[in-house]
Design a binder for this molecule. Structure first.
Ligand code: SIN
Ligand code: MN
Length: 201
């Protein structure tokens, strides 16, 4: 599948998931959240993150006083649930790479939640892309280059949009400046869910 547009070398697939696919995915994510309850991690600097998160797959992403890292277990000690088949299919369809993702991070943005500019660099190898799905409320996504100081571009991501950060964009700085709380009816209580797929090891 071809991206709708490229923004700073990131491939953006607008409206990639239709309404039925979005609500099916929300049901699958609810099941993951039931098994692996979402939590608000502390940054290594001692500040709580404004998003809540949980994971599926062999590795989940955590942040605590020891730093940012991948872990084979939830903070409660249990292994993470499996990555849904629908997400694996979407990964192969959009990325065209040969290897399956082994980590699926699920971020929940409530009213006022945001994510500061950062690179995704806790993975062992940067040859594999990062695939990111937006569900629920619209979010202002900002992306720059591989250095923190460079110029950036912003775009609104809507429910069903998918962004792939690969090749030159793999180590691009990116973040979420704000969400338009209540702009989507997908989640009954409002808010946004972001799902990212990665090859971690
Ligand atoms: C992330 O960078 O981990 C999340 C990006 C997003 O929420 O769209
Ligand atoms: Mn990221």
């Amino acid at each position: 599948m071809k991206p709708t547009l490229m923004v700073r070398n990131a491939s953006v697939f607008k409206g990639c998931l239709n309404a039925g696919q979005q609500s099916d995915l929300v049901s699958e994510l609810r099941e993951i959240a039931r098994i692996a309850p979402p939590f608000s991690p502390q940054t290594p600097y001692g500040k709580p993150m404004s998003v809540k998160l949980t994971s599926a797959g062999d590795f989940g992403w955590l942040s605590d006083a020891h730093g940012y890292r991948y872990s084979e277990t939830h903070p409660n000690g249990a292994r993470w649930p499996e990555i849904p088949q629908s997400l694996l299919s979407l990964w192969f369809l959009l990325t065209g790479v040969s290897r399956a993702p082994n980590s699926c991070l699920i971020n929940f943005y409530g009213e006022g939640a945001k994510m500061g500019m950062h690179q995704d660099r806790d993975e062992k190898c940067f040859d594999w892309p990062v695939l990111s799905i937006s569900l629920g409320d619209e979010a202002l996504f900002r992306i720059g280059g591989a250095t923190r100081s460079g110029s950036t571009e912003s775009l609104w991501l809507s429910s069903g949009d998918v962004v792939v950060l690969g090749d030159e964009a793999r180590l691009a700085y990116h973040g979420i400046d704000r969400i338009r709380f209540g702009s989507s009816g997908l989640l009954p209580k409002g808010g946004r869910v972001n799902v990212t797929l990665r090859v971690v090891d």
